[in-house]
Write a protein that binds this ligand. Sequence first.
Ligand SMILES: [Zn+2]
Length: 314
Amino acid sequence: MNKPDSKESNIPAPEFYDAHDSDNVCFLCGAPKYKHWREITHFGFPFTFQQCHCGIIKQTPMPNKQFFEWFFNSELFFSSKSSDSDKIWGFYDYFKDEPCRLATSRYRYKKFKNIFSTGKPLEILKIGPSTGTFLYVANQHHHHAIGCDVSTQFAKYAKDNYDVHIDTGRFEEMPYQDKQFDVIMLFNVIENIPNQTEFLSKVAEKLKPGGYFILNHVNIENNIIEKIQKNKYFLYRPPICYIYSTDVFDRVLNKFGFEIVHRYRDVRYLHLEKIFTLLGWPLPLKLSKLLKLHQIPFPIYAYPSSVTISKRIT
Ligand SMILES: [Zn+2]
């Protein structure tokens, strides 16, 4: 693995950024005119978000593949992760949250019943399916759901625990057939994609005409939590490439041939141990442990994130 040139200052090397994608490019309006949005420094090196006059917000310059490989293997990432986890999330073993993920997947499946409960088995692809809980729930209802993820660890876990299939690699490079899927879905993924044009064009290509594209996004507009947390807001992290307001998000979907069908509040299940740790409430946390309620999943609205169901226009 390459190390950044300027080791002492932790500034990643220029080759970790896409020289062709900075404030000279806007994939949405094609007429870039950027102004400064946020300068972030709390990850040990400075990085910048700028906003185009069309509304889109992106990191400039844009991190490239080499950046992601470096960042996720760097001490910087592991140290910021562990210091964050002491203060914010506490100590969590990812797989320990499995009951919450399963409850969230069951909830989402029910929420999308107009699409999934027509009696016809559907071809479903979930990009970034994590441990495969949604694929499992969908297959229990006689659909054919598969995943696509860069992590081999998730693919193995999903196979061992739920007998579901996850292809390993980048979705954009997978040899899926054109118009193969009835539904393509992704959660907590869209903001991390550096080349949105390549990604969204591929989604449109691999969906059947009239097929559904389901995804969530965090709305940055009038975002109270962002206003309170400022530069510490969770979206201001090095792997976040794009940030959306709902209005811009809809224009992006329209541009790639999708029409918005429905929008929901993004409800997820969390257990009390995580909720109280997140809020920094030690007494309720102690009480919930005493009453053995701390591991029971509860539905919460992940403000201000929403789920959009869109349809590929024929
Ligand atoms: Zn623009």
